[in-house]
Design a protein around this ligand. Structure first.
Ligand code: DON
Length: 562
């Protein structure tokens, strides 16, 4: 080798060594207390961006936009510009509204598009180009920004910097990228930056130049920087290369929608959550309404009696979800009928404290005619609060990364009921209400929620976790209200989950002592241990008026106050 070549080689080696910092560790806080403002999100870099925006005079909406854009760079499993989400917003004067930026079925979608020649559901709704719904996130961020204070360019710049200069991977991120390597190769025509020689390691620096360019187009051209022009060209070219059906017309006609929240009370607390196309608000109202008459604080936290009651409420609620819930722009969802307390009392009339019901005998109530997502919670110094859950659906969505655009596309089409009664990725079944139709939004479980007590802000809460989102928010809330836990204790507490079908109670390791497992089994509950459930990020206003942030230890989630 000539000396000049040797020098060049040494230079390259030094450069690549600089891109890895095995010693690197983020300073992650799971509990934070502040007098003023708080940000809790799935990644320390994203939380930092949110806090810096608040420091510069941005409000909670501004911070939530900056955090979401940062998550699209540093937490690509779920943070996104190629997916969709929901926001619940309570302004400092107590006005609550919700923003729906859920993906939509492309105009060319058809009811049976995922069935094979024998009429069976295929995996095309989960992986690859046909799984992609028309992304809603960028439209949502611009709609939300009408309530912001700082210029949009100031909110997106931190994300551009993170994409352009890179950021360090955590151990969890490195192993998650490694675990999806084959999928990234299989579902992409050109290998994305997520694919590299050898394994990703903690402390590796991930630089995403193409993503930075896409974010700059959004900075410079607004919403049209994503839905029109070069980004739209790249997305549609990607679709055509891989057999997807999203067109430029689909992109241009996407609109985010403001909707009235689902609002209801539980033991004097006023709860506001997401309406359809999410099932979250309605299901949470059903769960809390079903257990409200019972003295669970007396029965004890995760005691056999309390757990059995909550499981039975979950069984009935998810049976209703499967039949009655879908996009209310396309299907008449009987919201008032199935959330009123008389209906819920009747629904629990056959609850037997000693015996599990059978899911096959638990039908949806009669109504008379008349694994990745991410959540962030923000409260600013003026008292505005934002609760956002956003997703690509499963980890890295469809696994398709737009060639030249550098962003991951969702696989949200799997949240439709591809075939009545056939479970989706999360084991959820559905029917007519959630059948595929052009431009319809697929049913979600995302449950961004804001709670008030005596007319004042009390809690901002939400989580990822597919079908377990609703039960995780439910349990976190009662942990505080009925069992007197702090925000952080409530977030870290172990969780369990029943979703009607399959007829099983899933629970995290070390949730129940043997005596409780035995008692529940004796009542007829079918208990099955599984991996972690949910990743709740929440904020509580404590009795002395401070803000307590709780970030879930199940992930890299980080809470920081101002
Ligand atoms: O909208 C929904 O309900 C799902 N697409 C959410 C997926 C999810 O939470 C995956 N995360 N672990």
């Amino acid at each position: 080798m000539k000396p000049i070549q040797t020098l060049f080689l040494v230079f390259i080696l030094i450069l690549s060594a600089c891109r890895t910092s095995p010693e690197f560790s983020y300073d992650i806080e799971k509990t934070a207390i502040s007098d003023k403002a708080m940000v809790v999100s799935a990644h320390p870099e994203a939380t930092r961006v949110g806090v810096e925006i608040l420091e510069k005079g941005g409000n909670a909406i501004d911070a939530s936009i900056g955090v979401q854009l940062a998550l699209a760079v540093v937490y690509q499993n779920a943070g996104n510009i190629g997916g969709g989400g929901f926001m619940v917003y309570r302004d400092k004067d107590g006005k609550v509204k919700t923003l729906d930026y859920r993906e939509k079925a492309p105009k060319a979608a058809t009811r049976d598009m995922y069935l094979d020649s024998l009429g069976e559901a295929t995996d095309k709704s989960r992986n690859g180009h046909l799984a992609v719904g028309v992304p809603g996130t960028v439209a949502g961020l611009f709609a939300a920004h009408k309530n912001g204070k700082l210029p949009f360019k100031d909110l997106i710049q931190p994300a551009i910097d993170l994409a352009e200069n890179g950021f360090y991977l955590t151990k969890k991120q490195a192993s998650s990228l490694n675990s999806k390597r084959e999928d990234f190769v299989k579902y992409n025509t050109t290998p994305p930056v997520f694919v590299k020689e050898g394994e990703w390691k903690k402390g590796d620096r991930l630089v995403q130049k193409a993503l930075a360019e896409t974010l700059k187009r959004i900075r410079d051209n607004g919403q049209a920087g994503f839905y029109e022009g070069k980004t739209a060209d790249l997305l549609v070219a990607e679709m055509q290369a891989g057999g997807g059906i999203i067109t430029k017309d689909d992109l241009k006609s996407y609109e985010a929608k403001w909707r009235e929240p689902i609002s209801f009370t539980y033991k004097g607390y006023e709860i506001h959550s997401m309406p359809p196309p999410s099932s979250g608000g309605i299901a949470l109202a059903q769960l809390l309404g079903s257990i409200e008459p019972y003295p669970i604080a007396e029965w004890g936290f995760q005691s056999p009696a309390t757990t059995h009651l909550m499981i039975e409420a979950e069984r009935r609620t998810y049976a209703d979800r499967a039949t009655h819930l879908g996009d209310m722009d396309f299907y008449k969802v009987p919201i008032t009928q199935i959330t009123n307390k008389e209906y819920l009392k009747n629904r629990m009339a056959d609850f037997d404290p000693n015996k599990a019901s059978l899911s096959k005998e638990t039908e949806a109530g009669q109504v008379k005619e008349s694994e990745e997502t991410t959540h962030l919670s923000v409260v600013d110094g003026e008292g505005n609060a934002v609760s956002v859950t956003t997703t690509l659906n499963t980890s890295y969505g469809s696994k398709v990364i737009v060639s030249g655009g550098g962003f991951v596309l969702n696989n949200e089409m799997d949240d439709f009921s591809a075939k009545p009664g056939t479970p989706n990725f999360f084991g959820l079944v559905g029917a007519e209400a959630n059948a595929i139709q052009p431009e319809k939004r697929m049913l979600s479980s995302m449950t961004p929620t804001i709670v008030e007590k005596d007319g004042r802000l009390f809690m901002v809460v939400g989580t990822p976790g597919g079908s377990t989102i609703i039960t995780s928010v439910f349990q976190t809330f009662v942990n505080v209200v009925d069992f007197g836990m702090s925000m952080s204790e409530a977030v870290q507490a172990k969780r369990f989950h029943h979703q009607w079908l399959p007829n099983k109670v899933f629970y995290e390791a070390n949730t129940f002592p043997d005596s409780v497992l035995t008692a529940l089994t004796q009542k007829g509950q079918i208990m099955e241990e599984r991996g972690s459930i949910g990743r709740v990020d929440a904020i509580l206003v404590t009795e002395d008026g401070k803000l307590e942030g709780g970030a879930d230890t199940r992930g890299d989630d980080h809470a920081a106050g101002l």
